[in-house]
Each structure stands twice: as structure tokens, then as C-alpha cells.
Design a protein around this ligand. Structure first.
Ligand code: NIG
Ligand code: FE
Length: 413
């Protein structure tokens, strides 16, 4: 199947090769004005200036004339908890009335509340709920995604979540990475004996996950009241034995030392970063570990936003992701993530788009197939409506500017 786009107003994030962007490089978003784009056999085959289009291309039957519209690589959402059961809008009301995230968690709400729901939901029902959410975010322009477990908190519950993620991988066209987050919270029955739960993760969950090849990464919620930096190192080392690289929930509620541990453990990414101190920023600058910012979680929990400018100025590699989950970010809309990053974190549109595409791809190691308009990469694309400029995308936050999306060269209905 061959598809040709002609008269593209702006072809965004055009790159010959894929490089992780850090510091001031994030501002460099290469684009082609008045472009063509050729797709063949699910991948990007060619692109260039309209005035240089090879005449033979103009005979291709599936040619789309898209004057006034832009084409972007799909969003790469490298941090989600999209597999969950039900919702938690009651806690939303508690938050409106003044309770904090930590207070809600301490009274049995939060992650434990979702775990309770998940453990009484059948695998089939969980799949149906999750599949629906995945289709929704695909329509919003997400073209590669990472999904975590972490609402099971029991051997069977965690395996159920990971099997659902595996089924999503095999039934949809979008590249999916799977992360084991057994260390998301201490389940109530282990509150007096947290070491025993950590042993359960290491001795029972990890071997089964390794055996059944159910995950690509291991994650730990490294935070006061959840898992310590020592627990985090221990769990990451155990995960490594099964080939799982770390991606850590770090510095969401406090400067806990989680970022430093993540960098030391060679984590692919350390995610959240609402509460950074000098040591954490220093550890992350020039590190190969990516700092993934989740501004919609800060927005929803009324937390301070991540210090994006400071991190970029310190030479950090920054990605943006949605954190889609029922407790701190009940939205997987990457368009809003990009807009919020510009509005509240003062990222420039170019920086935000790079962080949500190519760097997001790096943050889940799909940079060879996604994240930019590069020959040989999957044709996972966003076609915008007619818009005046690239800056208009984050500027007109909350509007639906996407006309259509494509996954592997096929239109998504
Ligand atoms: O990334 N902070 C830890 N985990 C999730 C929230 C999970 C929940 O509240 O259900 C997050 O924000
Ligand atoms: Fe998260």
C-alpha cells in the first residue's frame, strides 16, 4: 500500500537519524515547509520539498492534497498506567475539599483503592476497559506508548495486568512497551511487614514475569511512605537479572534521592520530577537517563510544575508523557500535555514537541521505529486541520486540531 501526501504546509520533526536531545538541542525542531511525504509498506519511504518531488510520484493513486495542514510524527507517550479498573472520581471530590494525595493514600484510597477494584475485575473486563482507553488516546495522536502494571499488588493481579498489556500489544498496531510496577504501593495486608512484600516481588513475581516474558522494564514508586531508595536499588537489581531495565517514579512528592538512584542504576528514565533539588538536577544533567516530566499529574494534584527550564538549562534530556492513571492524571491527552508544558513550564513549542516525540521514543527505546519523520520509521502520523502555525498547536489548548491519525500507514477511524 502506497500513500502520498502533497502540498503539506509543514512537515514536522524531519530527521535523517535519531539522536536523544538535551539542553539547547531541544529547541531545534527540523521542519520542511511545503513538503511531500511518501509512505510505502507501512513505513516512511521518502519526503522532501514539493518543488523537488520526483514526477513519477504524481501518478500514485492514493494521493492526498493537504494544503494548509501539517503532518507531525505521532506522540510517543512513554509513561502511562492505562490498564486500570474503574475510576476514582470520589477521591477527586476529596481533593477539591482539601485532602492531599498523600492523605488520601494514607486512608486507604489512592493506589490501594484501584488495587481493590482491579483484583475483583476479570482479565477479560480489564482488557475491554483498557482497549477502549487505548483507542481513545490513539485518536488523540498517540502513536507509541508505555503501559505499567502496579494496580495488582498481588502475584495474580500483577500478572493479570501484564497479560492484558501483552494482549494489547498483539491486538493493536501501536508499538507498546510494558513495565512491571509491582512496587507501586505496599498492599494493606503487608503494611506491618513491608519487607515480606518486597520479597514477594523478588521471589515470586519477577521469576514468573521473566519466564513468561511479560515486561520490558521495572519501575518503583520511590517516595516516602512507599519505597525507599534502598528498596529501589534492591528491586532494580533483582529486575536486571530478568533483563528488565529500570524506569523510576522519582521526586514526585519529595526530593527523596530517587533521581540520583535512577541515574546510578542507569535507568532509561526517571519520571515526575515535581520536587527537584540541586543534587538531583546535577545528577541528571548530562546523564544518559532521561528526565520524563508529567505536567498533567502536577496540574491535577495542584502540585508545583516540574522545573523544565532549569532542567533544560542544566543540559538534561527531557521527555514529556501523560502519566494516564485514575489517581493523578485521568487523561492520556498528549495534546494537552504539550500545551501545559508551554503554558506552565515555559517550554517553547519546539522543545515540547521534541520532548513528546523523539525524546519520548528514546524514553521507551522505540527511537528506531517512532518519534520523527525519518526514512524507514513506521508511518505513525498526525495530520492536523488547517492551522496558521506550529505555535498555534499549544496556544489553542483544549481544541481538537487533529483531522486524522495514521498508524503504520493506515488511517485510524
Ligand atoms: O504516577 N505516583 C505514583 N503513581 C501514579 C499515581 C497512581 C495513582 O494514584 O493511582 C503517578 O502519579
Ligand atoms: Fe506514573
Amino acid at each position: 500500500m502506497t500513500t502520498l501526501f502533497i502540498n503539506i504546509k509543514l512537515l514536522v520533526n524531519v530527521r535523517n537519524d535519531s539522536k536523544l536531545l538535551r539542553g539547547s538541542d531541544l529547541q531545534n525542531l527540523p521542519c520542511i515547509e511545503n513538503a511531500f511525504l511518501l509512505i510505502e509498506d507501512h513505513v516512511i519511504a521518502d519526503f522532501g520539498f514539493m518543488h523537488q518531488i520526483p514526477p513519477s510520484y504524481l501518478k500514485i493513486p492514493a494521493t492526498f492534497e493537504v494544503t494548509g495542514k501539517m503532518i507531525l510524527p505521532s506522540w510517543c507517550d512513554s509513561h502511562t498506567h492505562l490498564v486500570f479498573a474503574g475510576s476514582r472520581e470520589k477521591e477527586f471530590i476529596d481533593k477539591i475539599k482539601g485532602l492531599t494525595y498523600a492523605e488520601i493514600a494514607a486512608k486507604g484510597g489512592g493506589i490501594l483503592n484501584s488495587a481493590k477494584k482491579l483484583n475483583v475485575t476479570s482479565e477479560e473486563d480489564l482488557f475491554i476497559q483498557s482497549y477502549k482507553r487505548l483507542q481513545e488516546v490513539i485518536k488523540l495522536g498517540t502513536g507509541a506508548i508505555e503501559i505499567k502494571s502496579g494496580y495488582g499488588l498481588s502475584v495474580e493481579g500483577e500478572l493479570k495486568m501484564l497479560r492484558v498489556i501483552q494482549r494489547l500489544k498483539s491486538t493493536t498496531r501501536i508499538p507498546i512497551k510494558s513495565t512491571f510496577l509491582g512496587a507501586h504501593a505496599i498492599p494493606s495486608e503487608f503494611l506491618e511487614n513491608r519487607e515480606e512484600y518486597i520479597q514477594l516481588i523478588i521471589e515470586e513475581m519477577l521469576p514468573r514475569i521473566g519466564q513468561e516474558k511479560l515486561a520490558d522494564y521495572i519501575d518503583v514508586f520511590c517516595e516516602k511512605g512507599f519505597f525507599s531508595t534502598e528498596d529501589t536499588q534492591k528491586l532494580c537489581k533483582a529486575g536486571e537479572q530478568y533483563g528488565l531495565k529500570p524506569k523510576i517514579h522519582a521526586n514526585q512528592l519529595s526530593a527523596s534521592g530517587a533521581v540520583q538512584v535512577g541515574v546510578k542504576m542507569n535507568a532509561v528514565s526517571v519520571d515526575h520530577l515535581e520536587v527537584m533539588d540541586e543534587e538531583a538536577t546535577k545528577a541528571l544533567s548530562n546523564a544518559s537517563t532521561i528526565g520524563t516530566l508529567l505536567p498533567t499529574a502536577a496540574f491535577f494534584l495542584r502540585m508545583p510544575y516540574q522545573p523544565a527550564r532549569e532542567l533544560i538549562n542544566s543540559g538534561c534530556a527531557i521527555a514529556l508523557a501523560s502519566d494516564f492513571n485514575p489517581g493523578s492524571s485521568p487523561s492520556g491527552n498528549m495534546n494537552f500535555v504539550v500545551a501545559l508544558s508551554c503554558i506552565q513550564m515555559r517550554m517553547l513549542p519546539e522543545e515540547a514537541i521534541n520532548a513528546a516525540t523523539i525524546n519520548g521514543a528514546f524514553a521507551m527505546e522505540v527511537q528506531n521505529i517512532a518519534g520523527s519523520i525519518t526514512k524507514g520509521k513506521l508511518a505513525n502520523l498526525i495530520l492536523t486541520q488547517e492551522i496558521p502555525s506550529l505555535d498555534y498547536i499549544p496556544y489553542s489548548f483544549g481544541h481538537h486540531l487533529i483531522e486524522k491519525v495514521m498508524l503504520a500507514g493506515d488511517w485510524v477511524n
